[in-house]
Design a protein around this ligand. Structure first.
Ligand code: MRU
Length: 349
């Protein structure tokens, strides 16, 4: 993702791995549509894209009165906020942009636009730094000669930086550890098979794809040393919403004594949500299941359930790796402390 002189340029992830096509978004509506169809996806990346969407909204708004400007821009921000419901980085970024609008209210629109662009760039920069820092913390938890199982794509494609779960792998490899990735294919949209495999290959990290339903057998054979996944929203008690299929992996990890780690920036922690039961779970179109990549696999007329995320109870999570350090149980205390430190760091940075 790149800001190119008034345009948000996105690598269209729906086309990977076959084609590397870049989308040029020139309006907040185009950014919202790109988020909805998963051209840009992954919790931190959605937040950064939405922040630039806010800049596009401000740039496209030519209201003469400052009051009208704020009303028009904040209307577009609410449209962006509604693009997807589960990843908290989206409303988190929108709230930061609204906070800027409040701070600069009364200035002329050009000054407000400049302030919004600065904030979007700050959100992007902080995410790059968070990926680096959490990667380094997480690498300590990865032994040499490790096989790391991951689910979905929590890599560079899903953030502004080097990723979350995959940043841990990249940092372990950079520290000289011999590490290889097992990537669940991640039905129905195949983020693991298409994106994690593509990205690891580019990064020179050995990667092998497996069907989601092979994970239990592979774990039972003792072929996995660690499981590391990302997150879309983490509740105050440490319950973790992530891509559908994460929860069964955590149950399997417990059964087979494999540490199950979650890697996420503190911007993914939602202290306003006490437990995972309160996290809104996106339901996507049944066609994504019945006709993956346009090829129907069910009898005509049969529908499908398609929840995009599930919630892993905190009891199954061995540690949550953030850019402020590693949180362990009791998460109510450790997460609150790290989030406090994270927002302090963002203010002083
Ligand atoms: O539906 P997606 O592809 O946006 O889901 C993404 C995930 O579930 C990721 O694991 C999560 O956002 C973490 S990305 C660093």
């Amino acid at each position: 993702m790149r800001w190119d002189d008034g345009t948000l340029v996105l690598l269209d992830q729906t086309k990977l791995p076959d084609e590397e096509v870049y989308l040029r978004c020139e309006s907040p509506e185009e950014v919202a549509a790109a988020i909805q169809r998963l051209s840009v996806r992954g919790a931190p990346a959605i937040g950064v894209a939405a922040a630039y969407g806010a800049v596009l909204a401000a740039n496209g708004c030519r209201e003469p009165e400052p009051g009208d400007f704020r009303r028009a821009v904040s209307g577009k921000l609410e449209m962006l906020r509604a693009a997807r419901p589960t990843a908290v980085n989206l409303p988190w970024a929108i709230d930061r942009m609204l906070g800027v609008l409040d701070r600069v209210a009364g200035r002329d629109p050009a000054a407000q636009r400049a302030a919004l662009l600065e904030e979007a760039q700050a959100i992007e920069r902080e995410d790059v730094d968070a990926c680096e820092a959490l990667g380094r913390f997480g690498a300590e938890l990865i032994p040499d000669r490790a096989t790391v199982l991951t689910h979905c794509n929590a890599g560079a494609l899903a953030t502004a930086g080097r990723g979350t779960a995959l940043a841990v792998v990249y940092a372990a490899a950079a520290a000289g550890k011999d590490v290889r990735v097992l990537s669940d294919e991640t039905r129905p949209l195949l983020q693991g098979a298409r994106l994690t495999a593509w990205e690891c290959q580019k990064m020179g990290v050995p990667v092998t794809v497996l069907c989601d339903n092979a994970a239990g057998w592979i774990l039972s054979r003792g072929d996995v040393d660690r499981i590391v996944v990302g997150a879309d929203r983490i509740a105050a008690n440490g319950d973790v919403a992530n891509k559908i299929g994460t929860y069964p992996l955590a149950v399997l990890a417990r059964e087979h004594g494999v540490p199950f780690y979650v890697a996420a920036p503190t911007s993914t922690v939602d202290l306003a949500v006490a437990t995972g039961r309160e996290i809104p779970i996106e339901e996507r179109s049944p066609e994504e299941v019945t006709s993956p990549r346009g090829l129907r696999v069910t009898p005509e007329g049969v529908s499908a359930l398609n929840p995009a995320f599930d919630v892993t109870p905190h009891e199954l999570v061995a540690a949550i790796i953030t850019e402020q350090g590693i949180a362990e149980a009791p998460y109510v205390e450790s997460l609150a402390r790290l989030v406090r430190e994270g927002s302090g760091a963002a203010r002083s940075g």
